[in-house]
Every structure is written in C-alpha cells, then in structure tokens.
Design a protein around this ligand. Structure first.
Ligand SMILES: [Zn+2]
Length: 197
C-alpha cells in the first residue's frame, strides 16, 4: 500500500527553505529584533491580519470561521474579540531559527522589512556584505541630510516671502507644497543667471 510504503519517509517541508542563520544576520545588520520585524510587517500592512492564539492558556475559538474585522489599533478582531496580527513575534522567531519555512508572501514581507532581495535569504546566499551595507547607509544618510537642508532653505524662502502657508498643510504640519518647489526653483534659476552674467 502506498500509505505503508511512504511511512517513515519525511514529507518535503512546506514553505520555502532559507539559508540557515542568514535572516538573523540581516536582522543584526538592520538592528532589528524579532518583535520589531513582526511589528513592522503588521504596521506596514505587508501581510493580511489573521487571528492569533494570543496569550497562552487562551481558550480555543469555537465559533464560525470568519475574516478578521480589525479594531482601530489593529490588535484585535471586533467580530470575535480574539487577538490578531499579520505575523507574531513567535512566528518570526521560528522562521529566523529555521524551525518553520515561510510561504512566499511571508518571505516577501520579511525581505521588505529587511530591505533585501529574496535571494539574500535563499539557500547558498552569501553572508551580508557589511562594508557595502555601511556605504549604502552612509549614502542614504547623506541624501536625507541634503533633502533636509533643501527643505530648510525652501521654508526660509517662504518665510522671507511672507507666505509660510506654502509649507504648512491645513493642520499645521510641515509639508513643502508643489507651488513652493516651483517658486524656489525659479528663484534659484534667476540667482544663477545673475551670477553667470
Ligand atoms: Zn474574529
């Protein structure tokens, strides 16, 4: 019988096998712990919410299966009161430790949070290139500083024009308007023209 013949032969594990240890190495590079990865996947809505077991000792649900109806804080289902999450800290930990293989959408979400290609976690993937990552981070920091300086220059320009509303939205948050970007670009161009003449 087929059943008997298959007895004792391990079935291929479901999900996608990862290179052992790589996920934890990348989490270290990004300075993220297991709860951080779970929180970011849920917070950035990278996976749909599902019911979770919650605290150990919670009684199993005996009602009708249903789609999650998330509460405002996205931590419970308002239809049944059970806790919900996109992925639990325990789930992230088991995947990182190789005790569970992620399915494709979960692997995609993990890679998005770690800011890596999927290939970086698959079997045979090399360890993170720390020098390359440090250079990338330095480039990103420099780009962010440049953007901040640019925005500071534009808000100062709007203040000088007497039009702070060009960088404030209706509830007072700083947001550079398209109009301000246009005026500032014009101002820069005219200043360069003066300097060139
Ligand atoms: Zn529910």
């Amino acid at each position: 019988m087929a059943q008997a013949a298959n007895a004792g032969i391990p079935r291929p594990a479901s999900g996608i096998g990862l290179e052992p240890g790589r996920m934890i190495e990348w989490m270290n590079v990004r300075a993220l712990g297991f709860p951080d990865v779970a929180r970011l996947i849920t917070g950035r809505r990278l996976l749909p919410l599902r019911h979770t077991r919650g605290r150990s000792g919670a009684r199993p649900w005996s009602g009708e299966p249903h789609d999650v109806v998330p509460s405002r804080d996205r931590k419970t289902c308002t239809a049944c009161g059970r806790p919900v999450a996109a992925i639990t800290t325990d789930g992230v930990t088991k995947i990182a430790n190789g005790q569970r293989n992620p399915r494709a959408p979960t692997l995609r979400a993990i890679c998005a949070v770690l800011d890596i290609d999927r290939a970086a976690l698959l079997p045979g993937a090399p360890p993170p290139d720390l020098e390359a990552e440090a250079r990338r981070q330095a480039d990103r920091d420099a780009a962010r500083r440049e953007q901040e300086e640019q925005e500071a220059a534009m808000t100062a320009f709007a203040d000088a024009l007497g039009h702070p509303e060009l960088y404030r939205d209706s509830i007072g948050r700083r947001r550079i308007s398209a109009e301000l970007r246009r005026l500032y670009a014009e101002y820069q161009a005219s200043r360069e023209a003066v300097l060139a003449s």
